[in-house]
Write a protein that binds this ligand. Sequence first.
Ligand code: SAM
Length: 239
Amino acid sequence: MDILQALCEKHRAQKGTLYVVATPIGNLSDLTLRAISILQTCDCIACETPSIVKKLLTRLQIRDKRLFTYRDDGERQSAQHLLQKLQSGLSVALVSDAGTPTISDPGFRVLRLCHHENIPIVPIPGPSAAIASLSVAGFPSDRFLFLGFLPLKKSHKQKILESYRHASETLILYESPHRMLSLFECLQKTLEPQREIFVARELTKVNETLYRGSITQLAQTVFTSTPRGEYVVLISPLL
Ligand code: SAM
C-alpha cells in the first residue's frame, strides 16, 4: 500500500458522524487526502447541487454514492431530515458546490441542530475563496471582516459600506460578475478614491487574475465593462 492509500485508509468516515468537507474552488488538485477519503468512505453525501457533486465523484472514480440535496431553507431537504440520517447511524459528508460549506453556503442550520443533539461533527478543511484571496492580497490579515455577499439593492450596499468605512480590519466581499460594476460605483460613492482594493478573479483556475490598486485606478482600467468569472473583493483599512 502506498503512502497516499495508507493516509486515506487512516481517515475512514465513522458511523453517525457529520463531516463538513471543503471541495475545490476550481482546481481539482486542491482536494485534500482526508476529503477524498471521507467522500470515498461515507455512507452518503448531502449537497447543494447533486449534478456538481456527481462530476466531482466521477473524476475521483467514486461510484454508487448516495446523494441528497441539503438547503438551509428547504423543507424536504431540511436539517431535520439530515439529522435523522445521522441518528440512524449513517456517516454523512456535507459539501457545497465549491469551497467550504457554510461560508456563504448552506450548512449552519444542520450544524446548529447537530451540536444541540450531540452528533459528532468533524471539519475537513480545505479551499475557501475568502481565505485564498486574503492570503495573497498583501493587506493586514491579523484581523479581517468577512461580509460575504452584500444586499442586491445599491442603496443598501452603500449603507453597509458606509458603516464599515472606518473599520480597522480588511473587508472581504463576495460578488457575482454582473454586479461588479455596480459594486465599484458604490465603492466610489462611499470610500476615498485612493483606498486600496484587491480583486481576486477565478482563483485556482486557468484564468486566475489578481488586481490591486486604488478604487479609482481599478474602476478606470479593469472594471469598465461587465466582467466574467468569479470574484472576491478585498478593501484595505486606512493605514
Ligand atoms: N463556500 C465558498 C467558499 O468557501 O469560498 C463560497 C461560495 S459563494 C456561494 C460563491 C462566491 O465565492 C462567488 O460568487 C465568488 O464571490 C467566490 N468564489 C468562489 N470560487 C471562486 C474562485 N475560484 N475565484 C474567485 N472567487 C470565488
